[in-house]
Design a binder for this molecule. Structure first.
Ligand code: AMP
Length: 569
């Protein structure tokens, strides 16, 4: 597929989804039939029916020993006919453990196609997107090497470093060297500086995940005076010591611009930051970042920062295992991703009703059913569970459209109940409405099951911002009732089994909200980043269980609130 294609490519891909998936599987099996892994099940055959009959559905842990052998220096053909050229490290924020996945040029080429098609969808929806600049806050992680000598980095970093990224049309206000800088603070500062200097050309502001964008806005809260001063004098701060960042900024910040500095100071100096993004980037049409799944919690936050004037667009659904699909209706509030049949071979394990059922092909999924995705890709994964549960919401031509429902294993439990990520997020969304009615905006959320108390109870950590006063501590004493009400609303919307144990048996204690200081969720991100997670791929965990991560939050609690009623059954 060429990079100057148009949207007819999407029509072709989705109309011929069945044939394309068949071809993808044939190609993969031909390339991999003689790998050590597939030999065990197929004895060298590339037959598709035999593949489905004999090759087991696996989780990452099952194939890890094979992946590790290649990472440690054994030949690629332990798992892949195509040479493995890199390893991708997943964020590890959802599962708790970082995983490494093999990759090769086919993987990177697929990402390039994915980005190209995504830009076409955005250009169709938003006038001026194609001609404008797109701020996508991206942070490059240092690249390490596996014991076998292959590069090891998060997906976004590996792709950004590759020729496939560099040959995409350039539309970022920040020169490439700034995005490549591995010092996140210097990079973030310079990306903001370049974005502000070219504010009138910016058509979209975003990041891969919404959580990161919120952290960038926090950073701006701390640095706007300095950024404005740099713009006023046409000179970047001395603490930007990375030479390629300095040089690149000087190609953008070419002269003093006191008018722009005044404007930034006026806008950022306001008591409330409601609508700040729209004010700083007046031509922006949308915020482009993932807002589905655990990122849904940031919708009200970004609605506040854009004053509801910009569309919040979740465009892509992807992972380190495979790139899956694009949202072809960026303006719709009901986000579903249309799977692209050329990316990998996809199968779907029916998980409706809790039990695992039939496995079906991409084009055979049924409307309204819930599935876990299995990936067979060009770089050595065969029928591997991704751990995401999706619901089929429709079809675009022959390709299914799926809504992200939840991570499979993220659930909270303190007794015999189990509360899924989706249930927690629904409960949180209800509480958010209560917060909003009192001019409070949710900036960060996570929860954990505290079993150090008897009975155990759920703890929701919330970082809040007041719409009317930038200092949350000034208003906390006034909102006691609101937060107790939130505890109540959350418990009322949890499942029946939870409410039964809580109200009837008393085997679950009253739900607690702990409000933490502003910036706490930034510190939580820093904690995960210090453990090797990439900023770009960071996703705030919905449920925390690491004692060290909990300590980061525990040190910053401002106030605690409990439900004073038992939930109804
Ligand atoms: P990683 O491999 O670290 O990039 O993480 C990939 C995971 O991020 C996926 O398996 C999903 O759980 C999550 N993810 C990626 N894209 C989306 C999306 N559009 N909506 C919700 N979750 C997503």
């Amino acid at each position: 597929m060429s990079l100057d294609c148009d949207l007819t490519v999407l029509e072709e891909l989705t109309s011929n989804a069945k044939q394309i998936q068949d071809d993808v599987l044939t190609k993969i099996l031909k390339a991999n039939a003689n790998t050590e892994y597939l030999q065990r099940f197929l004895q060298g055959s590339a037959d598709k029916e035999l593949f489905k009959k004999n090759v087991p559905v696996v989780s990452y842990e099952d194939v890890k020993p094979y992946i590790d052998r290649v990472a440690n220096g054994e030949p690629s053909d332990v798992i892949s006919g195509e040479p493995i050229t890199a390893f991708l490290v997943s964020s590890g924020t959802s599962s708790g453990n970082q995983k490494i996945f093999p990759a090769n040029n086919i993987f990177f080429k697929n990402i390039q196609i994915f980005y190209t098609l995504g830009s076409l969808v955005m250009s169709k929806c938003f006038d001026g997107y194609k001609q404008g600049k797109v701020i996508r806050f991206t942070f490059t992680h240092p690249i390490s090497t596996t014991p076998g000598g292959l590069p090891l980095a998060p997906t976004v970093t590996s792709f950004t470093k590759s020729e496939y990224f560099r040959s995409l049309p350039k539309n970022s206000p920040s020169p490439y060297q700034i995005i490549m800088c591995t010092d996140a603070k210097q990079s973030m500062y310079c990306q903001l500086l370049c974005g502000l200097v070219q504010r009138d050309e910016v058509a979209s502001v975003g990041a891969v995940f919404a959580a990161v964008l919120v952290q960038v806005i926090h950073f701006l809260e701390n640095y706007w005076k300095e950024l404005a001063s740099n713009i006023r004098f046409g000179h970047v701060s001395e603490w930007i010591t990375d030479l390629s960042c300095r040089d690149s900024v000087s190609t953008v910040l070419v002269e003093p611009n006191p008018e722009l500095a005044d404007l930034i100071e006026n806008v950022c100096g306001k008591k409330s930051w409601q609508g700040i993004v729209s004010l700083l980037w007046p031509k922006a049409k949308c915020i482009e970042a993932i807002f589905t799944g655990s990122m849904a919690q940031y919708i009200p936050t970004l609605e506040f920062y854009t004053n509801n004037e910009l569309s919040l667009v979740s465009l892509r659904y992807a992972s380190s295992e495979a790139f899956f699909g694009l949202n072809l209706e960026p303006l719709s509030k009901n986000v579903s991703y249309t799977f692209l049949p050329n990316m990998s071979y996809f199968e779907f394990l029916d998980v409706d009703g809790g039990a695992e059922g039939e496995i079906v092909d991409l084009v055979n999924v049924k409307l309204g059913r819930y599935y876990e995705i299995l990936v067979t890709n060009f770089s050595g994964l065969h029928r591997c569970r991704v751990g995401d549960v999706l619901e089929v919401t429709g079809f675009y031509n022959m390709a299914p459209q799926l809504r992200f429902v939840r991570r499979k294993n993220a659930a909270l439990s303190v007794h015999l109940e189990s509360t899924t990520e989706e249930e927690l997020l629904k409960a949180l969304a209800r509480a958010t409405l209560v917060l909003e009615s009192s001019d409070l905006v949710l900036m960060g959320f996570t929860c954990y099951g505290d079993i150090s108390t008897v009975p155990g109870h759920y703890v929701f950590y919330l970082e809040l911002k007041s719409k009317v006063d930038n200092n949350i501590t000034n208003v906390l004493s006034l909102v006691n009732k609101v937060l107790v009400e939130c505890c109540c609303v959350i418990e009322e919307s949890l499942n029946r089994i939870y409410r039964h144990f809580r109200s009837k048996e008393g085997s679950i204690g009253a739900l607690e909200i702990r409000v933490v200081q502003e910036g706490t969720f930034g510190s939580l991100m820093d904690f995960f980043v210090s453990r090797g997670c990439s900023i770009t791929q960071y996703k705030t965990p919905i449920c925390l269980n690491s004692a060290e991560a909990l300590k980061v939050l525990g040190d910053k609690v401002l106030a605690r609130f409990f439900n004073d009623k038992s939930p109804t059954i």
